[in-house]
Design a protein around this ligand. Structure first.
Ligand code: SAM
Length: 325
């Protein structure tokens, strides 16, 4: 009996050591962030893919801080962009919210399903996995009927959906501009991006960071600065500091402008940053006399640069030049 206990103990110690060693080996592989699992069986290591902008959060305190900052509660429906290995997903689910995770990487799907959607898992009913590219996603199909009276742009819908994501850095600005340009409805969008991108979103007129991204988002959203996250919170470690921030659509009604023209105007205004605003805007193909009158009536200096002009003045320019009453 004693021999048996000793043997069992030795086996156990051996198992712990080899298992631990296996984990360390996997973590030491280039870009490997651990191993996947199906039930209790370990499967192939998960390699972070650069092509999908994968830097996985390892720090559960940071995950909780993000969820707190997003003000997520039990009654919320959250769309998480890129759940990855599920650290942030776990923190969202702990609030009692319902989560729709949109993930492009099919290699991560089995692990996510196993972790959150297994029938025995009490959070299973609140977790839905959508295998899709967020840039191609039909938002109307994503939101289930009970949350979506007609479409996602419906204002009652906007009150219910919160978006959240540690965004893949390589396509973060494309995701954000798509949200704004296509006017996808939601209550708030809390996201992590490279600090340099957050600086561009939060920039004030006159700063070198101020540009198309600032204006396209500022036109529709209130922008809220959040907090920095150091590279050590991720695996693999990114080379840059990250920032968590939030955008939310203005609650008060906004005066309508010719939106496609506004987008063309701000794109053209910043096309060549060294040129004056006037020189850039001649690219719009507008009669010079008309452009001159608009500059005079809005008191824009002839030598002004695009980054010196406020959102309000760009909106006014849109009204004047697109003939929107
Ligand atoms: N949320 C996880 C975390 O915080 O650890 C992962 C964040 S990682 C920076 C970005 C995630 O977005 C990855 O899981 C990646 O596979 C996913 N992703 C990248 N491009 C995507 C796309 N076009 N559509 C949906 N998910 C995408």
């Amino acid at each position: 009996m004693k021999d048996f206990r000793i043997k069992t103990l030795i086996c156990h110690v051996f198992h712990v050591l080899t298992h631990h060693r296996l984990q360390i080996d996997l973590l030491n592989l280039n870009n490997s962030i651990g191993y996947g699992s199906i039930g209790s069986i370990l499967v192939k290591p998960i390699h972070a893919k650069k092509s999908f902008g994968q830097n996985f959060l390892q720090d559960s305190n940071i995950c909780r801080k993000i969820v707190d900052f997003a003000r997520i509660g039990e009654s919320d429906t959250v769309i998480e962009i890129g759940p990855g290995t599920g650290q942030l997903t776990d923190a969202i689910l702990q609030t009692g919210a319902t989560v729709y995770g949109v993930e492009i990487d099919t290699d991560l799907i089995p692990q996510l399903k196993d972790r959150f959607a297994a029938p025995a898992n009490p959070v299973g009913a609140r977790f839905h996995l959508v295998e899709a590219d967020v840039l191609e996603l039909d938002w109307n199909l994503l939101i289930p009927k009970k949350h979506s009276p007609r479409d996602v742009n419906d204002s009652s819908q906007q009150k219910q959906i919160k978006l959240l994501g540690n965004l893949p850095y390589n396509i973060a600005t494309r995701i954000l501009t798509r949200m704004a340009e296509e006017r996808i409805g939601f209550q708030s969008f809390t996201f992590m991006v490279q600090k340099e991108v957050a600086d561009r979103i939060l920039a004030a007129p006159g700063s070198k960071d101020y540009g198309y991204l600032t204006l396209v988002l500022a036109h529709r959203f209130r922008r809220e600065k959040g907090f920095d996250v150091a590279p050590g919170a991720f695996r693999p470690r990114p080379k840059v500091i990250s920032h968590v921030m939030q955008i939310s659509p203005y609650v008060e009604p906004q005066e309508e402008i010719d939106y496609p023209f506004f987008l063309r105007l701000i794109q053209t205004a910043f096309r060549h940053r060294r040129k004056t605003l006037w020189n850039n805007l001649t690219g719009l193909g507008i009669e010079p006399d008309l452009l001159r009158q608009a500059f005079e009536s809005l008191r824009i200096a002839p030598k002004a640069r695009a980054e010196e002009i406020s959102l309000e003045v760009y909106r006014s320019l849109t009204r004047v030049l697109s003939f929107t009453p």
